[in-house]
Design a protein around this ligand. Structure first.
Ligand code: COA
Length: 164
């Protein structure tokens, strides 16, 4: 991903973040979410982020092609050193190294913010996601069998972690 850069998200990125996230929801490979977001909802979501929960975007030729975020794992104080994260690359830009650059930046940011570990929950049948997380040093904690009901079918979810 040579002609691109990763930078903090700003309010004007909400429509692109919305569109890219909705592609991920529609593809049924990324999340148990099924309701599409709106740019207005994503604007409010961006406004509500605290300093320890940044959102970053990757640009290619001036266009936002991916976004990622560090999310609270749990509101309980004991979990304050654990970051959950999200990562979504536009369909048009998948498989070109964008996800790797973005996740490397999220790992860097998590370290800068003093987190002790990063965790994720994903679908084990998402080959790009599995390859990306393993490449970046995440290990499998375990698999929840039939954890979600998606379009009338039970789906497993995989839990992974990386100590920072
Ligand atoms: C999952 C996702 C974030 C990965 O980002 P990406 O930009 O497509 O992945 P990259 O091109 O950076 O590839 C990362 C590694 O995974 C491998 N990979 C990418 N796509 C792959 C695929 N479909 N099958 C197998 N391996 C794949 C790459 O070869 C690369 O490894 P390498 O460095 O050894 O070559 C992206 O595809 C995406 O946003 N998908 C839809 C939403 C989603 O699934 N989000 C994750 C939710 S858990």
């Amino acid at each position: 991903m040579s002609a691109s850069r990763v930078r903090p998200a700003v309010e004007a990125d909400a429509p692109a973040i919305c569109e890219i996230g909705n592609e991920g929801i529609e593809d049924r490979l990324a999340t148990l979410e099924t309701e599409l977001r709106t740019p207005q909802e994503r604007t409010r979501w961006l406004e509500g982020r605290g300093p320890r929960h940044p959102v970053v975007v990757a640009e290619d030729g001036g266009r936002v092609v991916a976004w990622g975020s560090l999310n609270p794992f749990s509101p309980r104080d004991a979990y304050r050193h654990v970051a959950d994260f999200s990562i979504y690359v536009a369909r048009s830009h998948r498989g070109k190294g964008v996800g790797k650059v973005l996740l490397a930046r999220l790992v860097e940011l998590a370290r800068e913010h003093g987190y002790h570990k990063m965790v994720l929950s994903a679908f084990p049948f998402n080959p790009a996601g599995m390859a990306l997380y393993e490449k970046l040093g995440f290990r499998t904690v375990g698999i929840y069998k039939e954890q979600g009901l998606l379009d009338g079918r039970w789906v497993d979810t995989i839990v992974m972690e990386k100590l920072l």
